[in-house]
Write a new protein. Structure first.
Lengths: 135, 135
């Protein structure tokens, strides 16, 4: 029995042994890489359907509608797949705060630590106290 | 016995069960996300020491000095780590061809497939015949 046409694009993704792929969120306006999270099939399908980033939380073992607690929703403009079909790239607008906050630490991007002189140094400012982001 | 100071930053990375972390290569000049590959501890250490991207090839089970066959070396300007310490972000200059080619298919970026109308569509041009990249 052939798969439904609408499902084929999901079948073409090379899910790992846990049924996941890494998904990179890149800010459409700035080009900044905001974060990397994981998606299962359902998360990617919902991301495409809803036009907002839905990940799979490996720690909680369930779908994670980005922004569900923080309000920091990611609107998805474009979904790309890499040459090996095992990594997803989202072009997003990070909603909910100005300037945009993607990281649970209250920073713009999750990649705020820079290797310098053999140490990881936090570089980017905390834009909002995490205690006031999560109730 | 304490670890050598120069090793501490490698200990702070949260390697997965296979001893790997995903590493995103982002073009410094354009902000384009070029690719995602994997690193083990040795690959990340060599990347920092050499100032060029060294990954761990999961298919070949060994270090992969990006560009070793193609000449498409990535010069690394900055190494970042995310808030969970389990994803690396490299800011690179993609060497070896103008315009820059990161993908083994001869394209600028590995993320050349875009989801459109329920299908993955190849969007970006092949800049060089892969047959002439790899002998």
């Amino acid at each position: 029995m052939p798969a439904e046409p609408s499902q084929n694009w999901l079948d073409q993704v090379r899910w790992d042994a846990q049924g996941l792929v890494p998904a990179i969120a890149q800010e459409a306006g700035s080009g900044d890489v905001l974060m990397l999270a994981w998606m299962n099939r359902e998360a990617l399908e919902k991301t495409a359907t809803l036009g907002r980033a839905v990940y799979f939380s490996r720690s909680r073992g369930k779908l994670w509608f980005k922004g569900e607690e923080s309000g920091h929703v990611q609107t998805v403009h474009e979904i790309r797949l890499d040459c090996d079909a095992d990594v997803v790239l989202l072009r997003v607008t990070q909603q909910g705060h100005e300037p945009a906050i993607a990281c649970h630490t209250g920073r713009h991007s999750c990649f705020f630590s820079v290797l310098q002189d053999g140490q990881w140094r936090a570089r980017d400012p905390v834009l909002k106290d995490p205690a006031s982001i999560y109730n």
